[in-house]
Design a protein around this ligand. Sequence first.
Ligand code: FES
Length: 147
Amino acid sequence: MYSEKVMDHFQNPRNVGEIDNASGVGTVGNAKCGDIMRIYLDIDDNKIIQDVKFKTFGCGAAVATSSMATELVKGKSIYEALKITNTAVMEALDGLPPVKVHCSLLAEEAIHAALWDYAQKNGIAIEGLEKPKSDIHEDEEEESESY
Ligand code: FES
């Protein structure tokens, strides 16, 4: 059902963790399956992504797609990172079963949310970047954590 690459990235995910004082952090969730993904970006003055880490509380495909997404954006400019779609992530993984396509969308959205956070913090607009719909605000998250 899953390609070897998906299994590899699920079993040995790259770039797992957090970045202290990250330039941008994006957390997104899928209301249907309840999975959550958070991406941390370390962006230098030339707008190059020097480092990227992720944490995913979700299914195996979500782990594999976030792992591959981090690999694809590392070393890229924020503009190049913005162009990396879930389709590109799926292609890099040699495909996903149709029921798992939404997992790759979560990875794309998490990157966009982290770029959005970076843009907000620096008071800049990144052309083509819109506020991610499934963005989870910090306060909402605290509320849900307190239950
Ligand atoms: Fe929802 Fe995979 S089942 S992210």
